[in-house]
Design a protein around this ligand. Structure first.
Ligand SMILES: CC(C)(COP(=O)(O)OP(=O)(O)OC[C@H]1O[C@@H](n2cnc3c(N)ncnc32)[C@H](O)[C@@H]1OP(=O)(O)O)[C@@H](O)C(=O)NCCC(=O)NCCS
Length: 339
């Protein structure tokens, strides 16, 4: 069997459609019809963005001229330039014939050609399968190709609407411990006067949250990257909700961001972080509650909120449980070093 792998032009509608169809079919096969997948329009916008932060490449996998899968490669351009993120999607009817392996061989060679020796990917499986994901296609494929489970995450879902009395109760409980901090919330772009402070917290998220065995470095605070991400959110017609907690000296103590997709009717938790010096004041829950209140007020049609946390992140999982989130799936962050 010969698999032909070709890079697509993100402005070619037929190629992007075929790329997305294979991605969505592969995800839904393992995760069910309710799997949270990006919409076609959201994916197209991302692939088309002229990004200074990440070099995104998308590929179609063909056999005898027929599309049998899709793949992508993302190369960070500002930080963690030793890494590459790979994704491979093979719809169920084309599996176990070596399509995924052919794609992986090609992506690994392309990553190595850009001096990316730490390869990372992720795959989802049902929560009931447990933290190791034994038997899940993506997990077994990874195992067969030498990718370790570097970090195990839990996806949790909060079905909306939330009971406003529950939010009031939490706000009452946290009034004392959060005293002395000022919360600011907004819909859309982060206001200019707080964006630099936001960037400082945001840059530490990837390494302050549990990272397991992931080979990643802290990011440099970068307002331009944040503005680029907001530009994509706008083009995807998503709505961003942000809250920052400022300490009495004006420094950023905590932040949280929720992003609602107008295409799939769900909202997604992005970063939440409390600065080390300000932990123990219930700021994590304070910023999350503020965002949830805005979400309910401004996007009342939203069906559910999804969040991902490391299974080892007991504090964040406790905050989420208090808000009514329940485990819904698992996500494995996979990694292999080429040398
Ligand atoms: C993971 C995926 C890409 C594999 O595609 P594929 O074309 O079936 O992969 P291959 O045929 O090359 O499989 C190679 C080997 O991986 C292992 N493997 C793949 N799927 C497996 C499964 N369901 N159960 C057990 N082992 C499996 C086997 O060792 C297999 O070799 P074998 O068929 O000779 O036993 C596909 O199942 C998929 O798209 N899943 C959803 C998305 C995803 O998780 N992608 C992976 C992370 S990027």
């Amino acid at each position: 069997m010969t698999i032909e792998i070709s890079r697509i032009d993100p402005f070619d509608p037929r190629d992007v459609d075929a790329w997305w169809e294979a991605y969505a079919a592969a995800e839904r096969a393992d995760r069910g019809a309710d799997a949270v997948v990006w919409s076609l329009a959201e994916s197209r916008s991302e692939l088309q963005q002229d990004s200074a932060v990440v070099d995104r490449r998308a590929f179609l996998l063909r056999e005898g001229g027929e599309v049998v899968g899709s793949a992508s490669l993302a190369l960070p351009l500002k930080d963690n330039m030793h890494t590459a993120h790979l994704a491979i999607s093979v719809p169920p009817e084309n599996r176990r014939r070596g399509v995924g392996t052919a794609a992986l061989t090609s992506l690994e060679a392309e990553a190595a050609a850009s001096a990316r020796m730490t390869l990372q990917a992720s795959t989802s499986w049902p929560h009931e399968l447990g933290p190791e994901g034994a038997g899940a296609p993506g997990r077994e494929f990874a195992r067969a190709h030498g990718y370790a489970l570097a970090l195990g995450d839990v996806q949790s879902r909060l079905k909306l609407p939330v009971d406003p009395a529950m939010l009031d109760r939490i706000d009452d409980e946290i009034a004392d411990p959060t005293e002395g901090y000022a919360l600011r919330s907004w819909v859309g772009r982060i206001p200019d006067d707080v964006v630099e402070r936001w960037a400082i917290l945001d840059a530490t998220l990837e390494t302050e949250a549990p990272t397991g065995e992931l080979d990643i470095e802290p990011l440099k605070p970068d307002v331009d990257s944040i503005r680029e991400s907001e530009e994509l959110i706008d083009r995807q017609h998503r709505i961003s909700f942000g809250t920052i907690a400022l300490s009495s000296d004006g420094a950023a103590a905590a932040y949280s961001q929720l992003v609602a997709s107008t295409d799939d009717g769900n909202a997604y938790q992005w970063g939440t972080l409390v600065r080390a010096a300000d932990r123990g004041h219930r700021l994590g829950i304070a910023v999350k509650v503020a965002n949830l209140r805005m979400l309910v007020a401004k996007a009342p049609q939203t069906r559910a909120v999804y969040t991902y946390n490391a299974e080892s992140n007991a504090h964040m999982l406790a905050v989420n449980t208090l808000l009514g989130f329940r485990p819904s799936e698992r996500l494995g962050e996979l990694q292999k070093r080429l040398i």
